[in-house]
Design a protein around this ligand. Structure first.
Ligand SMILES: Cc1ncc(C[n+]2csc(CCOP(=O)(O)OP(=O)(O)O)c2C)c(N)n1
Length: 358
């Protein structure tokens, strides 16, 4: 598969699996059956964890949470193409990517429960913490990738963001620098059709967001984002370019956010229920289940068995997260500066003494 065959300006889009789960034999990546099944397991894990987060939020046990339902294929397919030493730079909707990389689930729960410890991800995982400001982390990804090439290392950086982030100045700056420095970065845009209430068409006149790469000297490719094998293939091709010193690639994955933007959002105010129902049959798990079934790799019993395993792991992880000690009040002062500036030192002392008086 050559990225050059999928010119987004020509309206070309990479797809391995059609909506009925039939694979294009010319494109099917050479993955063994274990990996093909792993893709489903990871997508299912993300789906079940995601639904658990919604329940925890509704029960008041978690704060605001951004659901990933519908976007599992983008994240699972692309992260599985990486090596363990490649870096991942997420935005805030990368639950599935985090699970594939092995971020401990209790840390993910802790983050959305509002605990700082949720950002303390084991360094060896090379998975940056959640970035809430839209687009700022794309610059971090470029910086990281430039650092890797200065050191003449062979790793790459996979950076996720939404369609809305491509309207930010940070996206422009990050791609400008990445393009000229040939940084080993993969910019992975999950175009899920909406940036909160703003539809893709209302925020940018470009025919394809992948085509924006042209202006930065970065090849772009549009893929079917509900097809994990297309995400795998495109990321693999982008990695080859990055490791060969050919620079960054922009991938635009066309997917759909089936749930609300976050648990604080009511999409019923701007998006029709009919639109969601039209998109639902195209979601990644439905399609991939059909694909595995066609190859004799899926059965109801198998799915029930892996569902039970995942549910057990989720329950244990909730227990760990909820048993985690509460943060100390002075934590809000302690991690930004090596040495506290005098005005913050005074505030800290005042907080601690008022707490002692209580
Ligand atoms: C700099 C900045 N501006 C505005 C916001 C408020 N905000 C949070 S998410 C979001 C939309 C993001 O859309 P997109 O990049 O498409 O990602 P998605 O949420 O669809 O995954 C906005 C405007 C923010 N967090 N940061």
């Amino acid at each position: 598969m050559e990225l050059a065959d999928y010119d987004p300006l020509q309206g070309k889009r990479l797809q391995v699996l059609d909506p009925e789960g039939n694979a294009d034999p010319a494109l099917l990546p050479a993955l063994d059956e274990e990996v093909l099944c792993l893709i489903f397991r990871r997508m299912l894990a993300a789906r079940l964890v995601d639904r658990t987060c919604l329940t925890l939020q509704r029960e008041g046990r978690m704060g605001t949470y951004p659901p990933v339902e519908g976007q599992e294929a983008c994240q699972v397919g692309s992260v599985l193409a990486l090596s363990e030493t490649d870096w991942i730079v997420p935005s805030f909707r990368e639950l599935a990517a985090a699970l594939v990389r092995g971020v401990p689930l209790e840390r993910i729960f802790l983050y959305w429960m509002g605990h700082e410890e949720g950002s303390r991800i084991p360094k060896s995982l090379r998975f940056l913490p959640v970035a809430i400001p839209v687009g700022t982390h794309i610059l971090h990804a470029t910086g990281l990738a430039m650092g890797i090439s200065y050191r003449r290392e062979k790793d790459a950086v996979l950076c996720f963001f939404g369609d809305g982030a491509t309207s930010e100045g940070d996206f422009h700056e990050a791609l400008t620098f990445a393009g000229v420095s040939k940084a080993p970065a993969i910019f992975f845009c999950q175009n899920n059709a909406w940036a909160i209430s703003v539809p893709r068409k209302a925020q940018c006149a470009a025919t394809a967001l992948a085509a924006k790469g042209v202006g930065y000297g970065i090849p772009g490719v549009q893929i079917d984002g509900n097809d994990p094998l297309a995400a795998y293939l495109a990321t693999e091709a982008a990695l080859r370019r990055a490791r060969a010193g050919e620079g960054p690639t922009l991938i635009e994955a066309i997917t759909y956010r089936l749930g609300p933007h976050t648990t604080s959002d009511d999409p019923g105010r701007y998006r029709s229920a009919e639109e969601v129902e039209r998109m639902r049959p195209l979601e990644p798990l439905v399609r991939y289940r059909l694909f595995l079934q066609g190859r004799g790799l899926w059965s109801e019993a198998w799915e029930a068995e892996i569902t039970a395993d995942i549910e057990k792991w989720i329950a244990e992880s909730i227990q760990k997260a909820e048993a985690f000690p509460d943060p100390a009040p002075e934590d809000i002062f302690d991690y930004m500066f090596a040495e506290l500036p005098p005005h913050l030192a005074r505030q800290k002392a005042s907080l601690l003494s008022s707490l002692q008086e209580e």
